[in-house]
Design a protein around this ligand. Structure first.
Ligand code: PNS
Length: 179
């Protein structure tokens, strides 16, 4: 490899060699993405070379937004994060991980109430496929925030402007008020 300086970030140059790309996935429903999700995505993107935000296609639950709409919103709000890409998946998260050479699942923890279920899933995923889960505490500013609450509040005409990115707010208003 040439020692000539280039415009490319140093981190990319190191990965041309023997050091594997550190890749993680942030799975979820993202119906729709909230400021709480975005906080976790941004912080996780700082820890890994590549972060995949993966929308789970749930056969038994249709959302307010289609999977394509959720992906579009995620792409819009992560456009400034160059090492983040958005995808969707069906089936087990660990199967998605195996298929994409991902060894870490990122989960945000809002409160102790999240912990029981998340721990159970993390241990199951570790047992199923050896995939580890990294828990990140959410910013306390967003500890009460959930997509389901945002949809409920928006549906009743409440103000969610501080809870979701502007592009999501616009779509929420259009969808819930039929504008
Ligand atoms: O945003 P959500 O709805 O809390 O996300 C939950 C999600 C999609 C991350 C979780 O339900 C999941 O991983 N589903 C994929 C199916 C799977 O792997 N189930 C076994 C979990 S141990």
């Amino acid at each position: 490899m040439s020692d000539e300086p280039t415009d490319e970030p140093a981190r990319e140059q190191t990965h041309r060699g023997m050091i594997p790309v550190r890749r993680a996935v942030c799975p979820g429903s993202f119906d729709p993405v909230t400021n709480g999700h975005l906080d976790i995505i941004g912080r996780a993107a700082n820890l890994y070379d590549e972060l995949v935000v993966a929308v789970f296609v749930n056969r038994s639950k249709s959302g307010l937004f289609t999977v394509d709409e959720r992906i579009a919103m995620l792409e819009e709000v992560t456009a400034d994060l160059p090492n983040v890409r958005v995808d969707s998946f069906r089936g087990l998260t660990v199967d998605y991980c195996k298929a994409h050479d991902i060894h870490v699942i990122i989960k945000g923890l809002r409160a102790v109430s999240d912990f029981d279920y998340e721990l159970q899933m993390a241990q199951m995923n570790r047992g199923l496929a050896g995939v580890d889960t990294l828990f990140m505490p959410t910013n306390p500013e967003y500890s009460f925030l959930a997509s389901s609450l945002v949809k409920d509040i928006a549906g009743w005409g409440g103000d969610v402007a501080n809870l979701v990115p502007p592009t999501v707010l616009k779509r929420l208003i259009e969808r819930t008020r039929g504008a």
